[in-house]
Design a protein around this ligand. Structure first.
Ligand SMILES: [Zn+2]
Length: 452
């Protein structure tokens, strides 16, 4: 049995949603000056038109030509041994580095960043070097990540992050893309630091769980799907009379997943006009799908409040050999719906049997309630570091004062401590068969205890 059924988010570019392509700016030319001895750049053709696209508000424009240059030296592969730059930095710096093989990860300690401080990084590499890069805080928690894309001078990856809270150290990490493991080599980075930038504001988000079906409605392959209205008999005939009960439990469980956050989970059970500014998760049978679900993209910090995802209900028939109850099936659907919603709000994949964003566990684990927490990043997302899901979600959508967040375990140092979830006593489960809607969580699951 194929045990990795949750898909990576399908990257679909839609009009108006595409990330802006990094522009060739003067900083790129400055890189060549500063790193003129780097063999990776010696054969780079001149970019005569680069200055034409320069913009005055690009912080990398302000990195002085004579800013310090860090020449990478191994080992700098983990958080215990990053190359340190804090004493060197002023308004910016340059880095001259290289990935020697697919497992190489280069870490650079950029020093403390106050709340409202912005770190901007641009990394240029030859066209055959496929990099990804990320910024982490001093807890080894991911702040932002991106993969390189084609640029006029090769491949480029740009990161920009405004610190919501102060940190003692911001760490830049550079790694090979997991799907392009042999495409490694030299790179050149420019890093700009600014202070007192306006903090990004969180905005409450409405997430619709659409059980009413959908017709093809977009202009791309992603939205070109016909979704049948939710019918539990599409999973198994034995659930034929439980469609409404399973649906209601799914809604309650997804609301539990996002408790404490300004995420309004709304259920559509009848076709209604599509409002603006909401994200929609379609929950229904889509005949030609074998995946459990798919999200439009990883929408970092919920930049787009109108994303879509699908939960392919008929694919849940693959759970039936495990003998699931209606409760179990509702939990599984809620896990996938909450997972795809997590992508739409900016979360990447993590690893942990109790993690909502996990894609490595068995089907049996998906039948158990999962939760957001601080989990190790999945290697496909980034080879090192953690994702603080409650914090990242709160930064994107804010907290809900009417629904206080659960008590946290308060684990701030992650080194060697493993992951924790937002429910330290276990993930609450509402059993449909014994109490129906609205009852408290009197059963719990160990969030990480069972690894079978
Ligand atoms: Zn996923």
């Amino acid at each position: 049995m194929h045990l990795h059924q949750l898909p990576r988010p399908r990257l679909v570019r839609r009009p108006g949603l595409a990330l802006p392509r990094p522009r060739p700016v003067r900083a790129a030319a400055a890189l060549v000056v500063a790193l003129g001895g780097c063999s990776a750049w010696s054969e780079r053709p001149p970019t005569a038109d680069a200055s034409a696209d320069r913009t005055l508000d690009d912080p990398l424009e302000n990195v002085p030509f004579d800013a310090p240059v860090i020449d990478e030296a191994e080992p700098n592969d983990d958080f215990d041994a990053p190359l340190s730059a804090p004493t060197l930095r002023s308004s910016g710096l340059f880095i001259n580095g290289g990935l020697s093989d697919w497992a190489d990860v280069d870490l650079y300690s950029l020093g403390p960043v106050e709340a409202g401080g912005r770190v901007t990084v641009r990394i240029d590499a030859p066209a055959d070097v496929h990099l990804q890069a990320a910024l982490f805080d001093d807890r080894e928690v991911l702040l932002t990540a991106a993969r390189s894309s084609t640029s006029p001078i090769g491949r480029t990856v740009t990161l920009s992050h405004v610190a919501r809270t102060s940190m003692n150290d911001c760490v830049l990490a550079v790694a090979a893309q997991s799907a392009r493991r042999n495409a490694v080599g030299g790179y050149a980075a420019a890093v700009a630091f600014e202070s007192d930038v306006a903090l990004p504001t969180a905005a409450a988000q409405t997430v619709v769980l659409n059980f009413a079906g959908a017709e093809p409605h977009g202009d791309d392959d992603f939205t070109d799907r016909t979704v049948a209205p939710f019918d539990a008999s599409d999973i198994s005939p034995q659930f034929g009379g439980l469609t409404d009960d399973i649906r209601d439990l799914v809604v309650a469980l997804v609301r539990d997943q996002y408790a404490g956050l300004a995420v309004d989970v709304v259920a559509w059970t009848e076709p209604i006009p599509w409002p603006d500014g909401v994200s929609v998760v379609h929950v229904g049978a889509v005949d030609d799908e074998y995946l459990l679900g798919v999200g439009e993209h990883v929408d970092e910090y919920n930049a787009d409040p109108a994303d879509e995802a699908f939960v392919f209900v008929d694919a849940f028939a693959q759970f039936m050999p495990l003998g699931p109850s209606a409760d179990d099936i509702a939990i599984a659907i809620a896990n996938v719906a909450g997972h795809e919603t997590g992508h739409l709000l900016g979360l990447r994949h993590t690893v942990g049997a109790g993690s909502l964003m996990d894609v490595s566990a068995s089907l049996g684990h998906v039948l158990r309630a999962r939760a957001f927490g601080v989990w190790p990043l999945d290697a496909e997302s980034f080879p090192i570091g953690y994702q603080d899901e409650p914090a990242m979600l709160a930064a994107a959508v804010g907290e809900n004062p009417d629904s206080p967040p659960p008590e946290f375990a308060g684990v701030l140092s992650l080194k060697g401590s493993g992951a924790w979830t937002r429910w330290p006593g276990g993930i609450p489960v509402r059993p449909l068969s014994s109490c129906g809607m609205g009852c408290g969580g009197d059963e719990t699951l160990d969030p990480a205890g069972r690894e079978d």
